[in-house]
Design a binder for this molecule. Sequence first.
Ligand code: DGL
Length: 265
Amino acid sequence: MRIGVFDSGVGGLSVLKKIKEKVDFADIIYYGDSINSPYGSKSIEEIQELCLKIGEFLIDNQVNIIVIACNTATAAALDVLRERFTSVPIIGVVHPGATMAIKQSKNKKIGVLSTPLTAKSGVYKKVIKELNPKYEVFQKGCELLCPMIERGWESNEKNTELLKGYIDQLPKEIDTLILGCTHYPLIREEIEKLIDKKIVDPAEETAMYVLFELNRLALKTGVKKIRKDRVNIDYFVTGDIKKFKEVGERFLGEELLNVYQPLIG
Ligand code: DGL
């Protein structure tokens, strides 16, 4: 079996990491569209177009499931992708994140840090309210965080100041904070130093959804789940491969071996 995972860059590695911990019988193709990053400052139409191209790439590479490891792409293109690629299940990160936050929050007040597009789309509020209308959701769009993480968090001297500026704009009464951009788990420790709330990383629950779908697929099709000693991961990166490897290796704590430039981008 083969899992296709994509993001606008290194952020989706936070999802890949959790999938790797839970699924040991499928290889992974990771697509990081860093040349077009950040998605969060683009229009919905632009993001949909980029995501359709990536979807085609992953389907051509025979994946059995597509994971949109990007909140912005989930907000902008989940429905379009599901409509176009009907042969495989497609999983986004917002529903899993919303479900987890509802389980965590006691006072029913949830904050979300995300890209401007995700915040503007109101997707977390919509999904959480659909699951339980009693919850209040406060979203803050953080324009500069994703590009800073993509470039390497330490390379900006004002990083803590900027992060604090965003966090301070969330209402104090929230008891739970969703990391509503898959890049943010890469700086989770920095966030935890600045805010004392329950932190939800949607990647954890997303990996559970992936495991569930693959088990279902195996039952339905009779494909055998063969445990691997080492899951093979191929990385396709449209932008700067060196930078991707540097940031990715630091986060995953291992060498990224098979990193390629895809033919589209
Ligand atoms: N990791 C993406 C997300 O979860 C960042 C999108 C961007 O490139 O702005 O939203």
